[in-house]
Design a binder for this molecule. Structure first.
Ligand code: SF4
Length: 247
């Protein structure tokens, strides 16, 4: 048997990752998927205005040096997606691939998120994807409190602009920041919480789930099933069809 240095069964790891990839691609849609954009009669001018505001925020992020990460980045990663998305995915911070390309979730964890989104019967262009921090922490260390405090207002403005029906918080740092709690992701995931959207605005439903990077590091059929159960709740809440696993 081929063993890695730390006694991890390499073949087993490859097999598990393949299994996870197959799981998130082996879905069939039972009925025609309704696109997740908001109502078709939505005022196009209002959507264009949202797009412009998101572009304005992105420009502000690219110029930002409010915390030390601003001088370390290759590219800021403001986030991207549909300006009128019904679902907004939020992760922790850009990694090396994201920093190099200036786009969110484009590395291995991003490819897995693409598969999860596709497994939901959606396209990446239908949703909006971003992070709590807009610049990469060195060596992918955990975000520091002062960095989150400096950066979080950008995401708050983006959420306020898009006004999604559901936020999916990927991983503990995103869920804890958005919900202002210290609970673990294990305690938070699996049920809807409420994101406080500001004075006079209704709260937005928030589903915490495991980050796809965590899934890659801690693959198990159980963790994979938990993420899929969380996404099924999101689809049900939006009255979207729930794809069936075809295998
Ligand atoms: S991490 Fe956020 S606050 Fe810090 S420099 Fe980048 S955009 Fe500005």
């Amino acid at each position: 048997m081929l063993l890695m240095e730390n006694d991890v069964d390499f073949n087993k790891v490859v097999r598990q990752h393949l299994e996870m990839e197959q799981f998130f691609t082996g879905f069939t849609i039972r009925r025609e998927s309704r696109m997740p954009e908001k109502a078709p009669q939505k005022d196009e001018a209002a959507i264009t205005e949202k797009s412009r505001e998101l572009d304005r925020i992105a420009e502000e992020v690219r110029r930002c040096r409010q915390c030390g990460l601003g001088s370390l980045r290759t590219n800021a990663v403001p986030g991207e997606g549909h300006a009128d998305a019904r679902i907004l995915f939020v992760g922790e911070a850009p990694g090396a691939d994201e920093d190099a390309q200036g786009q969110p979730f484009v590395g291995r964890a991003g490819k897995l998120l693409d598969k999860v989104i596709a497994a939901m019967g959606l396209k990446r262009s239908n949703v909006w994807i971003g992070n709590i921090l807009k610049c990469r922490p060195p060596e992918n260390r955990d975000p520091r409190a002062e960095e989150i405090i400096s950066c979080f207002p950008y995401l708050q403005k983006q959420i306020e602009t898009i006004n999604p029906e559901i936020i999916v918080a990927l991983g503990a740092p995103a869920a804890r920041t958005l919900l202002n709690t210290n609970k673990s992701i294990g305690q938070l995931r699996g049920q809807f919480h409420e994101y406080y959207a500001g004075l006079g605005r209704p709260p937005i439903k928030l589903m915490p789930t495991y980050h796809t990077a965590y899934l890659l590091r801690n693959y198990s059929p159980e963790n994979r099933r938990k993420v899929w159960e969380d996404m099924k709740k999101v689809l049900a809440e939006l009255d979207l069809p729930i794809p069936e696993h075809s295998k």
